[in-house]
Design a protein around this ligand. Structure first.
Ligand code: CP
Length: 306
């Protein structure tokens, strides 16, 4: 693996290797052993042009725990605010002998642009580009599901909410399909389901409880208002009424169904606070697993480079 830009087209063997490689990092952290010398001498630059709490922090922790040097460019205070282009920013930071860039950007394709223009030997990790892809979120979601369900074959997974604007939905669909999940459903109002989504191997349901019937895992998504300029915008109250996961609705599903959300959550909209922090919720565990999975990806890409 040279760059990680998307989960689309990634073979099952590679996905499983990345999940397997994350397991000892997760176990070591659980046992209180967090530091590994693997990436001593490597430099990781976090370039976040869009807001982030979980992804930026867990990438920083992952690189630090692998003993890399880590730089977090303060984008708002950087020369991009003076008009410096993405390309010139990349070349400037490459001159400081960075080995890996973690990039989040509001434009779909930004990470591919970086990968096309990066110097040989410099790796690009996509931390979310527009509505296109968020591959490490999909990996940490798969890792979290596997830790609880131990397999993907035979699992029913529903992704609920704003699918059309969601890079997480797309990356999860590609990863879970490749890993062997065959009953993958997207659930939401028609304007929030993208045309052609069934071609990715999912079924579509507009009624929440029909879509959740018999599922093992629910992945909730928030309404991404920042990407809805000029688009259909259901009121938050309407969305909660029709698609919000409440305790009452959860009680009508399989007792062992797991609830996931990439965060940030909008309490009282797509999920009730009591469900978000209830016994079936893996939301906090997803965040924790993000560190181990991002360590795995960085180790896979950087450990064998000079
Ligand atoms: N899930 C996720 O990408 O969260 P952040 O926006 O906080 O990084």
């Amino acid at each position: 693996l040279k760059h990680l830009l998307t989960t689309e087209g990634l073979p099952r063997s590679l996905l499983e290797r990345l999940l397997d490689r994350a397991e000892p990092y997760a176990r070591a952290a659980e046992a209180g052993f967090k530091k590994d010398p693997l990436l001593v001498g490597k430099t990781v630059v976090n370039l976040f042009f869009e807001n982030s709490t979980r992804t930026r922090t867990t990438f920083e922790l992952a690189a630090t725990r692998l003993s890399a040097d880590v730089v977090n460019l303060q984008v708002a205070a950087s020369s991009t605010a003076k008009g410096e282009t993405l390309l010139d920013t990349l070349k400037t930071l490459e001159a400081m002998q960075a080995d890996l860039f973690v990039i989040r950007h509001e434009a779909s394709g930004a990470a591919h642009f970086f990968a096309e223009h990066a110097a040989p030997g410099v790796a690009i990790l996509n931390a979310g580009d527009g509505r296109h892809a968020h591959p490490t979120q999909a990996l940490l979601d798969a890792f979290t599901i596997r830790r609880h369900k131990h397999k993907f074959e035979g699992l029913s997974v529903a992704i609920v909410g704003d699918i059309v604007h969601s890079r997480v939905a797309r990356s999860n669909i590609h990863a879970l399909r490749s890993l062997g999940c065959t009953d993958l459903r997207v659930v939401g109002p028609p304007p929030l389901i993208p045309a052609g989504i069934v071609e990715l191997g999912v079924s579509v349901e507009h009624d929440l409880m029909r879509g959740l019937d018999g599922v093992d895992v629910i992945i909730l998504l928030r309404l991404q208002k920042e990407r809805m300029v000029g688009a259909f915008l259901p009121s938050l109250g309407e969305f909660h009424r029709d698609y919000g996961l409440t305790r009452e609705r959860l009680a009508r599903l399989k007792p062992e169904v797991l609830v996931m959300h990439p965060g940030p959550i909008n309490r009282g909209v797509e999920i009730e606070g009591e469900v978000a922090y209830g016994p079936q919720s893996l939301i906090i565990e997803q965040v924790r697993n993000g560190v181990a999975v991002r360590m795995s990806v960085m180790a896979e890409i950087l450990a064998n480079t000079q």
